[in-house]
Write a protein that binds this ligand. Structure first.
Ligand code: NAD
Length: 318
């Protein structure tokens, strides 16, 4: 398989590329990998250190349909990770999110169709369902995004599904929960908490810290994407849950315990606007159809993740 990965210099995309090159998804028979990424503040070639010689890299904006069509020539499949991804930035300025996430997805779909790509995996998020006070959302739940980020991703999902119906491009949409692991931009919760503490500061905690997130290791996410890429999905949309639900305050205390610090090292700050209280997806569809489930032990891998940031200061101090 010849595989193009958009956003491959970002957190999840670079971990997926590393996993492919490490042979973790050898059943896919990937013989050629092309990364398409325009290296925004969130993307860096340092995330691909050590593997750049094994891939093709194109510094290209996904909104440049003509250039992307050229990059996809001869490729079998696309995994589309590229997006503006930080909710706080979308609250401060929503337009880059609508451009890259919604228009950028339309551009990628047109390029994939023009290049004759046979499979398009569109990476979305559980945030498109909005806040879920109790229970879990399945794939048929209505989309009810609350942040500009989530709205731009919900828009991209609808664009992708409509493109598939209209033009027959084989598209599958994934909606996963919060990822954790190495190479995540320090603006995101886990690296932000860890690096702030390592720098001597206190964890800034939105509101009362009771918001619940369901944590998924980035390599488990990669396993789910690989299952969809290599299989023949019967459905168009698949949730991918983590199975490790924590309040933000529980997460902070876990990190403080791991670093041997006092629980008092938390400062409560004004809540994020329209802060979703809880996300939780029902991912029985991908579990039943593909036998997929998250296999990494949360306690072990969250410890490994915290240690990675502690040991890779030169990466996050960049
Ligand atoms: P990230 O911000 O770490 O990386 C995004 C990458 O996309 C960067 O390398 C950036 O340079 C690139 N990019 C952005 N706009 C681009 C454009 N116009 N053209 C080309 N490249 C562009 O994000 P991430 O955390 O790795 O997330 C990857 C995908 O997974 C996103 O689609 C995101 O919505 C989704 N997702 C992330 C999480 C999470 O917990 N991180 C959870 C659910 C879904």
């Amino acid at each position: 398989m010849k595989l193009a990965v958009t956003g491959g210099a970002g957190f999840i995309g670079s971990n997926f590329v590393r996993a492919l090159l490490a042979g973790r998804h050898s059943s896919l028979g990937v013989e050629r990998i092309s990364v398409i990424d325009n290296l925004t503040y969130a993307g860096t070639l340092r995330n691909l250190d050590g593997v750049l010689d094994d891939i093709e890299f194109h510094r290209t904006d996904i909104c440049d349909t003509e250039a992307v069509t050229g990059h996809l020539d001869g490729f079998d499949a696309v995994v589309h990770f590229a997006a503006e991804s930080h909710v706080d930035r979308s609250i401060a300025s929503g337009q880059p999110f609508m451009r890259s996430n919604t228009l950028g997805t339309q551009s990628m779909l047109e390029a994939a169709a023009a290049a004759g790509v046979g499979r398009f995996v569109h990476i979305s998020t559980d945030e498109v369902y909005g806040s879920i006070p109790v229970g879990a959302t399945d794939e048929d739940a209505p989309l009810a995004p609350n942040s500009p980020y989530a709205a731009s991703k919900a828009g991209s999902d609808l664009v992708a599904l409509a493109f598939a119906r209209t033009h027959g491009l084989p598209v599958v949409v994934t909606r996963c929960s919060n990822n954790y692991g190495p190479y995540q931009n320090p603006e995101k919760a886990i690296p932000h908490f860890v690096t702030t503490l390592l720098g001597g500061g206190n964890i800034p905690m939105y509101g009362t810290g009771t918001n619940v997130r369901d944590w998924l290791h980035v390599d488990d996410h990669g396993d789910a994407v690989a299952a969809l890429l290599g299989g023949t999905p019967k459905e168009s949309v698949y949730n991918i849950g983590g199975g490790s639900q924590l309040t933000n305050l529980e997460l902070a205390r876990l990190i403080l315990d791991e670093l041997g610090l006092d629980h008092g090292r938390v400062d409560f700050v004004a809540d994020r606007k329209a802060h979703d209280a809880r996300y939780c997806v029902d991912d029985s569809r991908i579990r039943d159809e593909f036998g997929y489930r998250p296999r990494r032990d949360f306690t072990t891998t969250i410890q490994e993740t915290i240690t990675w940031y502690a040991q890779n200061e030169s990466w996050w101090q960049r």
